[in-house]
Structure formats: C-alpha cells, structure tokens
Design a protein around this ligand. Structure first.
Ligand SMILES: C[S@@+](CC[C@H](N)C(=O)[O-])C[C@H]1O[C@@H](n2cnc3c(N)ncnc32)[C@H](O)[C@@H]1O
Length: 214
C-alpha cells in the first residue's frame, strides 16, 4: 500500500536540518541497501553523477572516489545543514535545491543516484521527478533509487506494519518516509533495463530500483 500524504517541503527542510546529526544512526538498517545500490550504479572514472538528496555525504565520498580524477559528483539537497555535514566530510560540488526542480541542463549526467529521498516525497510528484531525472541523464545513463518499501518476510512485514501505524499518527516522526514501490513508476517513465531488488537489514526493507535511460 502506498500512503500518498507526506510532510510539506518546509517541514522536510526543518526536520532534516535537525536530523542531520543523527543520520549516520540509520546506517544500521540502510547501509547494505546503499552499498548494493552503489554497486548497481557502477560509477566509473570520468563520469558525471548527480547524488540527489546527498544527506551527510556518505555515498558522495564513495561516488567521488569512483569517478576521480576526471569525473564529477554533484551532491544536491534541500537541507543546508545536511549540505554542511557533507562539506565538512569532503571537498565536493554541492547544490542547495529541491530535487523536484533540478537546476541542470539536459543530458548533464551519466548517472543519477538517490537513496531514501523519493520515499518522503508526495506520490503525485514522483512521475514528474522521474521525467526530470530522464531529462538530466545522457542517453544510456543509469538511475539507481533506494527507498523504504513494503516488507518481504515476517520481520520486515511486522516492522512496516508498525511503521505505518506511527506514520498515520505522525508522518513527521518518520521523517515523512513511508514504504513505496517504485519499479512500475520507473517503467512508466520510460526507463529501460529495470532491475528491482529488496534488501532487508535489521527488519527494515529497502527497495533498490536500477534502470537505464533508453
Ligand atoms: C533520509 S535522508 C537520506 C540521505 C542520504 N541520501 C542517505 O541515504 O543517507 C533524506 C535526504 O533527502 C533530503 N531531502 C528531502 N526532501 C528533499 C527535496 N525535496 N529535495 C532535495 N532533497 C530533499 C533531506 O534533506 C535529506 O538529506
């Protein structure tokens, strides 16, 4: 089930400004999915990558090391405090913007990576966002998305049932995140070679969707 209502943009900025100091804690339940997603993106030397919703920059460091020396990774985020944490971590191009309004020319990137961001945006915004990811990707470019998703075994189904109970009472207590399933939307947006995997870590299910701009 997809819960459409989520927190407002200003509430998200406020929440993630506050949450930035705690972001590394969720590594215990998200790190494996992020690592698998980075493997599926397979960034290569010389490439230009967009890291949409860069957070505190953990994935940015990995991506930047992979594209060095000639490539570039742009980390984009709504939260200035998240961007500050990334800036402290490493010297890298950063952009304060809303992922739904990408300030980049068409065909600017070889890859788009976004982990645990689309699951906090209004469902109605996702089709347009995926079209915009297509726009900024070069033909043949790769997109890899990681999101909280529905459970696939007893533990992850239970954790998502509890999560959704909390979410119904207070979306902000969940950072606006609720389980989504994005593969069909990615297909409808016109991407090719779609791969979907679900990784469960400490009972938390994460969906990875990788695809290519046709
Ligand atoms: C759950 S954190 C994930 C951070 C990072 N991608 C990771 O996997 O650790 C969500 C991030 O998305 C950012 N964010 C939320 N809404 C956004 C929007 N509309 N545009 C850009 N970034 C947004 C938040 O500021 C936060 O850094």
């Amino acid at each position: 089930m997809i819960i459409n209502n989520t927190i407002s943009t200003s509430a998200a900025r406020h929440f993630y400004n506050w949450w930035a100091s705690w972001q590394t804690w969720v590594d215990y339940s998200e790190s494996r999915a992020r690592k698998r997603a980075l493997d599926l993106l397979a960034p290569a030397s010389g490439q230009r990558i967009l890291n949409a919703g860069v957070g505190t920059g953990q994935t940015q460091a990995h991506l930047q090391a992979a594209v060095t020396p000639a490539g570039m990774v742009v980390g984009l985020d709504l939260s200035p405090v998240m961007l500050h944490h990334t800036r402290v971590r490493l010297h890298t191009p950063l952009c304060e913007a809303d992922v739904r309004h990408l300030p980049f020319a068409p065909a600017s990137f070889d890859g788009v990576f976004s982990s645990f961001v689309l699951d906090l945006l209004p469902f109605d915004d996702l089709a347009g966002l995926l079209q915009d990811f297509q726009r900024v990707l070069k033909p043949g470019g790769r997109i890899v998305l990681v999101s909280l998703t529905e459970g696939i075994n007893a533990a992850s189904r239970l954790s998502m049932a509890l999560w959704k109970l909390v979410y119904r009472v207070s979306p902000i207590a969940c950072g606006g995140c609720r389980p989504v399933q994005l593969a069909a939307l990615v297909s409808q947006a016109g991407f090719c070679q779609i791969v979907r995997e679900v990784v469960v870590q400490l009972g938390m299910p994460s969906e990875i969707v990788a695809a290519t701009r046709c």
